[in-house]
Design a protein. Structure first.
Length: 385
């Protein structure tokens, strides 16, 4: 009855089952995995947002496969604020980065082709790959006084079936940015092999470093697709506005842009009210990012204070993003430890193996958790060791 590509294991994992039983028993749990910014107590200019969604222009249907010019100009303005000039013609709007990945996979891959992805990393791409009949090949990120791409392994992973390399900048959940030297190396590898570079920059604005990180939009020697959107940038995941910026040699870029336009025209998934509201929605990022980064910095400071007391645990270096990785004594497999923390301390967090961390001893926590809950949850966690 159903396709092989959807033959997934639908059973809940042990941690999810434990959380369901915990809640069914009427027990509370401090959630250190929270990633929905609209549920974290941040203030939004609700009047401005709702007024923008009531734009009378939204009553007219004038479909544009790339997205209406007003919205693409607003995205170009976002990059102009970072000192990068791009043409709105190089921008294609999507309803989210998942759809952006989907369009790019359809553009580049035949069934059975390969995409290289960073490991550890966010697990979403596995399902997108299954849906598009392609194969994901991990390339390792190694931690040695900070995160680095294992370029020797990455180069060996490129085969005649490789169609693109994905880089997440900064990576989720490791929180490290791709250095300028690594950007150059990735461009060199892709150019030499005639494969594309897919740069996911949804967390680019959330840097804990002093200098503003560079965007892959500004370094396009290979055919490059840069993905981002207001889900993270402005903390508005419910508005479903993301984009692809196509960069690189004109001969490749023009063909890619034309084919992407046909793919987008086939779906026409963008809705007009959000596109008309896009200048206002993007403008929300300034206030939102100030609030979020203040919380991230406060939670990192509190985490470091608590870790200075509990010497048996440490955290890995964080350069940006919304997550921290704790290194704890490997007394149990990560998932078993997370289940024990839920049962004994009413604390819910993610084990490292969800993201592909090798071995035991890694736990992942969200840095946008409200500050009191974060401090309480980390204190309870550390009391286990």
């Amino acid at each position: 009855m159903f396709s092989d590509r959807t033959h997934w294991d639908m059973s809940a994992n042990c941690l999810s089952e434990s959380l369901s039983r915990h809640r069914a028993a009427g027990k509370s749990a401090l959630d250190l995995t929270v990633s929905n910014p609209t549920a974290c107590g941040f203030h939004y200019d609700s009047h401005a947002i709702l007024q923008a969604l009531g734009n009378p222009s939204a009553l007219r249907y004038q479909p544009d496969p790339l997205g209406i010019p007003l919205a693409r100009q607003a995205v170009a303005g976002y990059y102009a604020d970072r000192g990068i000039q791009i043409s709105p013609e190089d921008i294609l709007l999507t309803t989210g980065t998942s759809e952006a990945y989907s369009f790019i996979f359809r553009l580049l891959c035949n069934p059975g082709d390969e995409i290289l992805i960073p490991h550890p990393g966010y697990p979403l791409l596995r399902f997108l790959a299954d849906i598009h009949d392609i194969r994901l090949v991990p390339y390792p990120l190694i931690y040695d006084h900070g995160w680095q791409i294992a370029f020797h392994s990455l180069r060996k992973a490129v085969t005649p079936r490789t169609r693109a390399i994905v880089v997440v900048h900064p990576n989720n959940p490791t929180g490290h940015f791709t250095s300028s030297a690594d950007m150059d190396a990735l461009n060199e590898i892709c150019s030499a092999a005639d494969i594309a570079l897919i740069a996911d920059e949804v967390f680019l604005d959330f840097s804990l470093t002093e200098n503003q990180p560079a965007s892959f939009v500004a370094r396009p020697s290979a055919l490059t697709f840069v993905l981002s959107g207001i889900s993270k940038i402005a903390g508005l995941p419910q508005m479903k506005l993301a984009w692809i910026v196509t960069r690189g040699p004109e001969s490749w870029k023009s063909h890619a842009r034309a084919r992407l336009e046909v793919i987008a025209d086939t779906y026409l998934s963008m809705n007009t009210p959000v596109q008309c509201a896009s200048p206002t929605l993007l403008a929300q990022r300034h206030n939102f990012q100030q609030q979020l980064m203040a919380r991230v910095r406060a939670n990192v400071a509190e985490l470091d204070r608590l870790l200075s007391i509990h010497k048996s645990c440490t955290r890995l270096e964080i350069e940006g993003g919304w997550y921290a990785i704790l290194r704890v004594p490997a007394t149990l497999p990560d998932e078993d430890l997370a289940i024990e923390l839920l049962a004994a301390k009413d604390v819910y967090l993610h084990p490292g193996h969800f993201y592909g961390f090798p071995g035991a001893g890694h736990l992942v926590v969200s840095l946008i958790t409200p500050e009191h809950d974060f401090s309480d949850g980390i204190s309870r966690l550390l009391s286990m060791f």
